[in-house]
Design a protein around this ligand. Structure first.
Ligand SMILES: Nc1ncnc2c1ncn2[C@@H]1O[C@H](COP(=O)(O)OP(=O)(O)OP(=O)(O)O)[C@@H](O)[C@H]1O
Ligand SMILES: [Mg+2]
Length: 323
């Protein structure tokens, strides 16, 4: 099956006082219809900038400088800006972490959902009908009454459902969720994961789920990409990641997850050393100074993402040779 979302060689830079700084440094990923890809990695590794680059929602000063972003086979990276915005806006829905800052506090729920449709050319009548339908799809009771409420009248979990409704209103093929459940308590988090899993299965959505929580990865996704310093350092099935990680960074992450956490939530475990500043990347592998497996070549060249035991890892050392 071909991927609904296919990203390759994605590079994104931000303008800084010292010139452009690359913060996404060649990311490849692919997601098929009805599948979830989880993206994990420590704070500052470039997860959000990768998501925003794909969705075409980068802040001012940040630019995609290279790479391909295909949706259903159609290249969108080199389209002129209006066409690109039209296609991505309709085909990619995005949900952010904080429901309160992404909703307009002064506007009722219904008009906020409708607006997500009318900007994409839906007629008023179609948009009204679809608003009620999508509020129902995300499991909000009595959509008609819900549409008349203001964001502050809803619980955190309900606001998150509204954001999912806004993202899914134009019936996109791709949903990108950037840590949308971090602010929610465990029970509500579980409900949101179930909701998105159900919508994915029902509508064949391709989902990219960014998270700090390895427990969430295991619950929602079959494939996972591990990011480090603006690149994907391991691409694996969730089973392989937990059972036989092929990059020393992923191995350290997995090893530090307490066993049998159940539905406990947790931030990505801290591993030894601190993240390398992107403005000051060393020559060679950026993980080298924290890596227990590093060898001479790691200080000389940054490895590409290479096939490794059924997974892909950007590492010079085969897991069989790990000490
Ligand atoms: N204007 C800027 N100037 C310099 N560095 C920047 C700028 N904007 C972003 N960065 C850097 O880009 C990197 C990637 O940020 P991003 O928000 O994508 O990380 P993340 O993986 O989503 O982290 P988190 O888990 O904390 O959300 C960070 O290291 C950040 O410091
Ligand atoms: Mg982020």
């Amino acid at each position: 099956m071909s991927a609904v979302l296919q990203v390759s060689g994605l590079r994104t830079a931000v303008a800084t006082a010292d010139g452009p700084l690359e913060i996404v440094r060649g990311v490849d990923l692919a997601v098929e219809a009805g599948e979830t890809l989880a993206v994990v990695g420590e704070s500052g590794s470039g997860k959000s900038f990768t998501a925003l680059s794909i969705a075409g929602l980068l802040p001012a000063g940040a630019t995609v400088t290279a790479g391909s972003i295909r949706i259903d086979g159609q290249e969108t990276a080199d389209l002129p800006e209006p066409a690109r915005r039209r296609i991505r806006g309709a085909q990619i829905g995005m949900v952010y972490q904080d429901p309160m800052t992404s909703l307009n506090p002064m506007m009722r729920i219904g008009p906020q959902v409708r607006e997500a449709l009318t900007v994409h050319g839906w007629t008023a009548a179609e948009a009204t009908r679809r608003t009620m339908e999508v509020l129902d799809e995300v499991g909000l009771p009595t959509p008609g009454a819900m549409a008349r409420l203001y964001p502050h009248q809803l619980s955190g979990g309900m606001r998150q459902r509204v954001l999912i409704a806004i993202a899914l209103a134009p019936r996109p093929k791709v949903l990108i969720a950037d840590e949308p459940t971090t602010a929610l308590d465990v029970t509500i988090q579980q409900q949101i994961l179930q909701l998105v899993g159900g919508l994915r299965d029902e509508y064949g959505l391709a989902v990219v789920w960014i998270t700090h929580d390895l427990g969430v990865v295991a619950r929602i996704a079959r494939q996972v990409s591990v990011m480090y310093a603006g690149r994907i350092v391991e691409q694996a099935s969730v089973l392989d990641l937990f059972g036989a990680p092929t990059h020393p960074y992923s191995a350290a992450l997995v090893a530090s997850v307490p066993p049998m956490r159940g539905t406990d939530r947790g931030d990505l475990p801290q591993i030894g050393g601190s993240a390398v500043p992107l403005a000051d990347l060393p020559i060679g592998c950026p993980f080298r100074e924290r890596c227990p497996q590093s060898i001479e070549i790691c200080a000389e060249r940054e490895p590409d993402l290479l096939p490794r035991n059924g997974s892909h890892a950007a590492c010079w050392v085969e897991p069989g040779d790990w000490t």
